[in-house]
Design a protein around this ligand. Structure first.
Ligand code: KG4
Ligand code: ZN
Length: 309
């Protein structure tokens, strides 16, 4: 697929002073920015509304008020243009994002690591997914954000921890790698988060924040890689696809690349601009469904807790 335009109205600055996402602010800003953003996208793409074959929006999972604004706008455009509407699962957007510029979605093992989810899935083809494992407590991105907060870093903590960790020793602290030796494919990050908190409290002020960030980040990377390799052994898949906001992390990408090379696996990672939330990945998921003859009824509701499978 060709991405003609991909516009993002980031709200990071807006939510930063509150230390996290404020739903009321998020939806108000969605409604303020949506129309100019659509016009900007049409301008950059050089297409008119009448040239668009189908309209799509995320219908879940996510914040109800934000989902309502996006899906209502896409439905209204679809209705006015007499074209189909497709309600897309946000996680399917992430899952397919490494393949946006590829010619096909091959059978593979998918690891989605975002602010709200950590998921391992066996993918037979686009639309055919089997969940192998997920987090039992915090998502990987959530753990980054919470540890960022403990260290007094700005929201979101993920990119800040990555920056800090570049100057730290990842072996300075031996934090727990929960569940890595268990036979199941689930994740747990809350023990790691608590271990970081206790270390901070115990060492009050006498420790290097960079060492702590690097050691925490290394533990997350080790857990993610251990479970992913375990899943490839179980499924026999030879391709691993990494997606979601946390997959922007350079140390994680490099470690995954090394681990996959060693195990003789191919690694496909989403382009950096497609890792964090974006409309292009939703459009790609919609395109594949549209080409398969699918459409959603205009009555389709939003689903704040929608699972992928
Ligand atoms: O996929 P995403 O944009 O939104 C969700 O669907 O949740 O992911 C956002 C998450 C946040 O938790 C953020 O801290 C994390 O991705 N993140 C990172 C990095 N960049 C974003 N985590 C670690 N290292 C990064 N460089
Ligand atoms: Zn996301």
């Amino acid at each position: 697929m060709d991405v003609l335009a991909s516009e993002v109205a980031s709200q990071i600055e807006l939510h930063r002073e509150h230390g996290g996402v404020v739903p009321e602010l998020a939806s108000r800003n969605h409604s303020l920015h949506l129309r100019p953003l659509v016009e900007q996208a049409l301008g950059h793409a050089g297409v008119s509304v009448s040239q668009i074959d189908a309209f799509a929006a995320t219908t879940g999972p996510g914040l109800a008020s934000s989902l309502l604004i996006g899906s209502t706008a896409a439905k209204a455009m679809a209705c006015a243009a007499r074209r189909p509407f497709l309600g897309i699962n946000h996680l399917e957007g992430h899952l397919l994002s490494p393949f946006v510029r590829e010619t096909r979605v091959p059978p593979h093992l998918a690891l989605i690591v975002s602010g709200g989810h950590t998921l391992l899935l066996d993918v037979t083809a686009a639309g055919r997914y089997e969940k192998l494992g997920g987090t039992r407590d915090d998502a990987a991105g959530e753990a980054f954000d919470k540890v960022g907060k403990m260290l007094g870093l700005p929201y979101p903590g993920g990119p800040e921890i990555e920056k800090l960790a570049r100057h730290g020793n990842p072996a300075a602290w031996d934090f727990p790698r929960s569940m890595v030796h268990d036979p199941h494919l689930d994740f747990s990050f809350s023990g790691l988060k608590t271990a970081v908190l206790y270390t901070l409290q115990r060492e009050s002020g006498n420790l290097s924040a960079a060492d702590l960030a690097a050691s925490f980040q290394q533990a997350v990377i080790d857990i993610l890689i251990a479970k992913t390799l375990q899943a490839t052994r179980r499924t026999g898949r030879r391709i691993v696809a990494l997606s979601g906001g946390v997959s922007l992390n350079r140390a994680l990408r490099d470690a995954c690349r090394r681990a996959c090379e060693q195990a003789g696996l191919e690694l496909v990672v989403a382009a950096p601009e497609l890792c964090t939330d974006n409309a292009a990945m939703i459009a790609f998921a919609a395109l594949l469904r549209h080409l398969a003859g699918e459409a959603s009824p205009l009555e389709e509701d939003i689903h704040p807790n929608l699972p992928l499978v």
